[in-house]
Design a protein around this ligand. Structure first.
Ligand code: COS
Length: 379
């Protein structure tokens, strides 16, 4: 029982080193990245140099082979100082997981190695008319000769334009619904691929979100990931694993906001004493910390289940994502309240964290979808 509910030291060591890197090399640029809505180049360089941008890539393909819990801690610690930067490892995992789950050894060699070397990998499932109802997608993959021709468009694609590689879910037979969807790898340089304008977002402003267009994009059959018609299952299975990374991100945002609010409460004096001495503030901080602790346990449990592909992963990843993101929304909002007027302006990072937290309740499946997934997979 001695170490039950304690992380093994290697994970705490990892946390300490990522925290130092995040505070020294990412945090100083977080405000500017948000204000200018620019890609966090400094973070990308620092993460890549430290082997953290796509650490999940197996060692046989040049990565670090970081397990799900390690990736969770990396994303959490980066998000604690900069949400946009934490999308670099999160999107790279999301985009490449279909390949890891269902690709051949040759396909993995072809795309995972460059990913480990610094290329980006995005995930293209959502469309303008197919969000929560993901299988209603209408991007078409037509089999022509021994290859494919892709036509259509994808919406809300994180790191679009930055990433070199894209996993694209397309319909090869619309009469079959979810069973008529196939996964492909598309490269940015493929003829017929183009990108829409940058979305003007409320949060995560440093991560480019754009539409991706496919205009008669010709793909050889070795771009197909998994069986014809297996795409939707691969896409959903991917989300079972990667919703944990969104939980991690939400957890980091919440922890970042709590750390700022707690420090501020000790430093800020009103009525002749630190505002921390007022019970009203103490109760808020205690609730924030309590919910973060609960979210962390759930998220780490989901990460461990992802690693061993446990039977109840689907419930736990949806629960972790839902609980951690709802916690992040509440905690970041309360952090602003504790900072008062200072919380509402961009001199402090908590308003940015609140804007970032909002998206964690929406993407990789809204929290309403997470509740549907949980209800369908009750433990
Ligand atoms: N893993 C593997 N297979 C899965 C699966 C999963 N997690 N979830 C569903 N499937 C399979 C089902 O088993 C079913 O196949 P069978 O008919 O052989 O059983 C098929 O996929 C269709 O499943 P289902 O009927 O449950 O699909 P629905 O249309 O009801 O949709 C939800 C299911 C709502 C859960 C799904 O569309 C979803 O997750 N939507 C949100 C999408 C999302 O997260 N988008 C965010 C953008 S991506 S960053």
């Amino acid at each position: 029982m001695d170490h039950l509910f304690e992380l093994p030291t290697e994970y705490e060591d990892l946390r300490a080193s990522v925290r130092a890197l995040a505070e020294n090399e990412i945090a100083p640029f977080a405000h500017d990245v948000d204000e200018q809505a620019r890609f966090p180049e400094e973070a990308h360089k620092a993460l890549q140099k430290a082997g953290l941008a796509a650490s999940h890539v197996p060692t046989e393909f040049g990565g670090d082979g970081a397990d799900s819990l390690a990736v969770t801690i990396i994303i959490e610690e980066v998000a604690r100082v900069c949400g946009s930067s934490s999308l670099i490892p999160a999107v790279n995992k999301l985009g490449s997981l279909p390949l890891i789950l269902a690709g051949t050894a040759e396909q993995k060699e072809r795309w995972l190695r460059p990913l480990a070397q610094g290329k980006g990998f995005s995930y293209c499932l959502s469309e303008s008319q197919a969000g929560s109802d993901a299988s209603a997608l209408s991007t078409k993959a037509l089999q022509v000769g021994d290859g494919w021709v892709l036509n259509g468009s994808k919406k809300w694609i994180s790191n679009a334009g930055f990433s070199d590689f894209y996993t694209v879910l397309a319909s090869n037979d619309s009469s079959k619904g979810a069973k008529g969807i196939t996964a492909f790898i598309v490269e940015k340089s493929d003829e017929g691929v183009s990108f829409g304008a940058h979305e003007k977002k409320m949060g995560f402003r440093g991560s480019p979100t754009r539409e991706v267009y496919f205009d008669n994009v010709k793909l050889s059959d070795d771009r197909r990931i998994g069986e014809i018609g297996a795409g939707f299952t691969i896409a959903m299975n991917t989300l079972d694993h990667t919703r944990v990374t969104i939980a991690a991100q939400a957890l980091g945002l919440a922890q970042g906001a709590l750390d700022v609010a707690s420090k501020y409460a000790h430093e800020r004096h009103q009525f002749g004493k630190p505002i921390f001495d007022f019970q009203g503030i103490q109760f808020m901080l205690a609730d924030m910390a309590m919910n973060i602790a609960a979210a962390r346990q759930l998220t780490y449990a989901a990460a461990a289940k992802s690693e061993r592909n446990a039977g109840d992963l689907r419930f736990f990843s949806a629960a972790g994502k839902c609980f951690a993101s709802d916690t992040a929304m509440k905690v970041t909002t309360d952090a602003i309240q504790i900072l008062g007027g200072y919380g509402y302006v961009s001199d402090y990072p908590v308003e940015r964290m609140m804007r970032d937290a909002k998206l964690t309740q929406i993407y990789e499946g809204t929290n309403q979808i997470q509740r549907i997934v949980m209800a369908r997979n009750l433990p």
